[in-house]
Each structure stands twice: as structure tokens, then as C-alpha cells.
Design a protein around this ligand. Structure first.
Ligand code: TXA
Ligand code: MG
Length: 309
């Protein structure tokens, strides 16, 4: 236990805000039992009221105390994938108040695996409400430096934990309605989930979640997805006005070109830092080479579609 983590837990207990690393992205944490602390969290994020936040715990036992009527599929998923990049939506117990659930009868819970997150959650001993540590609608942070850039002095402490290993937000599965429904794809894919439980895709009646808004996780610069076979034509037309995120080697007509891995986990890991970098170049448009249609690219495709509005 480092003194830094102990100090972070004290700040949480006093109603303050602590940004901390998780294996997915950095979270902006507040005591999930403290209405005033969560209100400040919403204010700093600029998040509209009524949007639920995920509550983080050090263990399955502590997490399940915030829920009731837990279906067996939830236990199976938790035992298989926790600690790790999975969020479960379950019916809430009286511990989960309206101010973390957005007034909904269900709560989002997650047990992250990052050692710093684990240490903090263990030391704090309760639930920590934590959305991604970025202003609402912007790109999620995958390093402590990203958090400081975005939130500056609005956060009481930023815990350092290196670059996020997964790089995109957790997979969300809704189990509040009996069957398992995939609300947000992530590193844990639908196929991974299907190995242990039956999972359906979401429909229009699934609980609302801010990741479901159309434009989200966006750079400030307009971004556009371009199929591989049209990339050359677009570059010929737009030339020096664009920055490019692509699989292929840089084209000399373009000043800012980031080459991405041809493998989805490596791509996801680098995606947000890459979008931030291209966003800072002053270009007029970011062209993003569309990733393959294959299921293993589902989570990356989801984030790119949102980034490209
Ligand atoms: O990987 C992650 O999940 C990161 C790290 C920090 O854990 N957190 C994160 O939180 O992405 P956030 O707030 O940016 O996105 C959480 C998503 C939102 O779309 C939220 O609305 C949904 O989870 N969610 C949380 N609680 C919910 C609930 N009770 N019902 C439905 N959706 C819920
Ligand atoms: Mg977010």
C-alpha cells in the first residue's frame, strides 16, 4: 500500500474526486454513497443529470451487495471475467441510490483488475462511482497525462498507473431483465461471453446509457471513416488538410499519418491516444481507414463510428 493510495482513499472518504487507472481507461472516482461527491463528479464531467455511472468494487462480494435478484448468468460472468473489463447491469439493492443509477431500478457494477485500482478500492472499502475521466462526450483518457490535460485542477488527485492496457471502455452486459443483453462491446467480445452464457444484442428498449448516444468519444476535429479502396482518392482531393489514421504506410502527400496495428486488441490499446494526437495537429479533417467487418473488430468499430459521428 503506497502513501499515495492511502491519501486517495482519504480524499474519497472526505467527498473528494480521485482519478485512477483501470485496465480499460482512467476513471474519475467519487464515493458512490455520497450524494454531494457524486454531484460534484457530474459537474466536473459536465455530464447531464440522469445518466447512470458505473460503481467499482474490489471484489465480487462487495459488488453483489449493491444488487438483488442476481440471476445465475451474472455469477457465471463475474466468476469468469472479474476482476476485469466487464460491467454488469443488475437490479439494485437499497445501497445503490438514485444519484448513481440515474433513477433507474438497476445499477452498473464492475471489479477492475488494474493493481492500482484494486489497491484503492480495497483501501477505500466501498463502492466508487467512476465514469471515464474526461469531459462529457470527449475521448476517454488512457494515461494520467490525458486526465490532467482534460480535468486539470478540477480533480483532487490523479493516481499514476501507466498506459491503459485495454484502451477502450469495459464491455457492458445488462442482466436486469432476466436474459443477458450486450449493451456496449469491449475487449471481452460477444463470442467470449457466449462461451459461458447466452447473450443477445441490444434493442431499442434496453436501459439508456450515455455510450449509446450517437456522437460520443469524439475528437474536436471532424473525423470520417473511409473504406480502404477510397482512401487514396480522398487523400488526392484533400491532401495537406487532413490527418490520417490507417493500416498502411504513410503517404507523402499527408503531413500527419498514424499507422495502426492490424490486430484489434493492439488497435484498441492505441486508439484514443492516436485520436488525441491527430486532434492536436490543427488539420481540418481526420480520415480513418475503416477496420475489417469481422466480429473481433466490433468494439473498435463501435468506438470509431461514434468518434466519426
Ligand atoms: O471501462 C469502463 O467502463 C470505464 C472505467 C472507468 O471503469 N468507465 C466508463 O464509464 O466507461 P462511463 O460512465 O463513461 O460509461 C459507463 C456506461 C454509460 O454508458 C452508463 O450510462 C452505463 O455504463 N451505465 C452505468 N450504470 C448503468 C445502469 N444502471 N443502467 C444502464 N446503463 C448504465
Ligand atoms: Mg465515458
Amino acid at each position: 500500500m503506497t502513501t499515495e493510495v492511502r491519501r486517495a482513499a482519504e480524499i474519497l472518504r472526505a467527498g473528494g474526486l480521485v482519478a485512477f487507472p483501470t485496465e480499460t481507461v482512467y476513471g474519475l472516482g467519487a464515493d458512490a454513497s455520497n450524494a454531494a461527491a457524486v454531484a460534484r463528479l457530474y459537474a466536473v464531467k459536465g455530464r447531464p443529470p440522469g445518466h447512470p455511472v458505473i460503481v467499482h468494487f474490489d471484489s465480487l462480494e462487495r459488488a453483489l451487495a449493491w444488487t438483488r435478484e442476481v440471476p445465475k448468468e451474472a455469477r457465471i460472468l463475474a466468476e469468469r471475467f472479474w476482476p476485469g473489463p466487464l460491467t454488469l447491469i443488475l437490479k439494485r439493492s437499497e445501497k445503490a441510490k438514485d444519484f448513481v443509477t440515474g433513477g433507474q431500478p438497476c445499477v452498473g457494477i464492475r471489479v477492475p483488475s488494474h493493481p492500482v485500482a484494486q489497491a484503492l478500492l480495497k483501501e477505500f472499502g466501498g463502492g466508487v462511482a467512476a465514469p471515464s475521466a474526461n469531459r462529457f462526450g470527449r475521448i476517454s483518457p488512457t494515461s494520467a497525462a490525458h486526465v490532467r490535460e482534460d480535468l486539470g485542477s478540477d480533480v483532487d488527485l490523479v493516481l499514476e498507473g501507466g498506459p491503459s492496457e485495454v484502451g477502450i471502455e469495459s464491455t457492458i452486459v445488462d442482466l436486469s431483465g432476466g436474459t443477458a443483453v450486450l449493451l456496449r462491446p469491449g475487449r471481452i467480445s460477444k463470442a467470449d461471453l457466449q462461451q459461458v452464457v447466452d447473450v443477445e444484442e441490444k434493442t431499442a428498449s434496453s436501459p439508456r446509457h450515455s455510450g449509446g448516444l450517437e456522437r460520443h468519444y469524439s475528437p474536436r476535429t471532424p473525423a470520417r471513416l473511409v473504406p480502404t479502396h477510397l482512401l487514396d482518392k480522398e487523400i488526392a482531393q484533400l491532401g495537406d488538410k487532413v490527418a490520417v489514421l490507417a493500416f498502411s504506410r504513410p503517404d507523402e502527400r499527408v503531413d500527419f499519418w498514424l499507422r495502426m496495428p492490424r490486430e484489434p486488441q493492439g488497435y484498441a490499446q492505441r486508439l484514443y491516444a492516436a485520436l488525441r494526437e491527430l486532434d492536436g495537429t490543427g488539420c481540418e479533417l481526420i480520415l480513418v481507414e475503416a477496420p475489417p467487418e469481422a466480429p473481433e473488430w466490433a468494439a473498435v468499430r463501435d468506438r470509431l463510428l461514434r468518434a466519426c459521428g
